[in-house]
Design a protein around this ligand. Sequence first.
Ligand code: SF4
Ligand code: SF4
Length: 471
Amino acid sequence: MYDPKSAKAEEFICHDEVLATLDYAQKNKSNEQLIAQILEKAKERKGLDHREASVLLACDIKQKNDEIFTLAEQFKKDFYGNRIVLFAPLYLSNYCVNGCRYCPYHATNKTMPRKKLTLDEVKKEVIALQDMGHKRLAIEAGEDPVNNPIDYILDCIKTIYSIKHKNGAIRRVNVNIAATTVENYKKLAEAGIGTYILFQETYNKESYEYLHPTGPKHNYAYHTEAMDRAMEGGIDDVGLGVLFGLESYQYEFAALLMHAEHLEARFGVGPHTISFPRIKHAADIDPNAFLHGIDDDIFAKIIACTRISTPYTGMIISTRESQACRERVIHYGISQISGASRTSVGGYADAEREHDSEQFDVSDQRTLDEVVRWLMQMDYIPSFCTACYRAGRTGDRFMDLCKKMQILNCCHPNALLTLKEFLEDYASDETKKVGEALIKREIERVKSDKVKKMTEDYLSKISQGERDFRF
Ligand code: SF4
Ligand code: SF4
């Protein structure tokens, strides 16, 4: 029944295989010899399958758990270096016909003010985001064929790419909208989107159907097979994620990796990113009403085990998490974070933070300037790089470079160039001082003399007002 190559949701996320995996992991959680073998295999840097990874997640031997975290930190450095890419979500509309029990935008929430940005309002939001220094957005919209049809989404994408305010530009628009048809995915691909992101929420079909009692999202197979349709529609990069807290984390972890294995088996390329949201408080949503919440220790372990199981996949954490939590897990493999996010529709252009239409409470409420400085003070390079997608390095072309660990040769200088742009155009004096010192240190770490010379040349041109250099 379990078949990673199958196009059918219930065969590539086979419930019986998940249960057998959890049983295997539980029985081997103290099997030192097997855990040591799996860690040896992990060190080959080619990834682990869902059964092996689940054993590591269940492992209860302290010394081996320490090894898991150390290895995750090492992988993070080897594959991604010390750069962290920054992005912001942009909420276009909170009209939604679905009945998701964990989201305040569900259709039966009659107290939620419904808003949909006009193209003029999109422009104002984008200018506000550009004025902070953002270059990458993830657009979000509820599912509503009348209020948020695909043409509306396409018009918004076109508008976002067209706005050039002062030195600002949004250079990559990732899209997080409901599961749709191959035809619509083709349209999104043609509109030049970056990654198509769709959270599975939960892979457990029974829980899924309970949590999505009404609306088109109720259809488990249609939702779970969405990434296949996206790839058939020509979208190279897809982003997976579950909402931790809805189901047992062990189930979600095993199934998430099975989904990644399925994409690799069927399309020859795994997910571009995996996101790690945990359920949070929002308007009429109480996270304590869900029985599977996870604490920070388990959360960190999930992130570390994912890092060593899928070394070449970007990993994302949002402002749902506090500064303290982000500070902890960033070392174990996170490669992208959001900064200065507003999770309400129209939240950026309004001078005052709006609370009435937020999708979830934001824990980390710092400004982008503060987030950038914080990263640099931890010796990370905040990056606004969007080079790969614009240079056509997507899908298997990107993965190939990533697997050979060559992508770092682009990421590192690109991070420095985009940070320099941020420092010139948007940073406070204090941030600029920290940033200039970091660039000076980091430029010495560029291995190739030719690339170093070019980077220095580009940096000097950015100081003189030129923009948008990339490797
Ligand atoms: S999670 Fe998405 S589909 Fe579900 S209610 Fe919220 S906006 Fe709608
Ligand atoms: S070079 Fe490519 S992989 Fe590296 S940060 Fe830029 S866009 Fe991402």
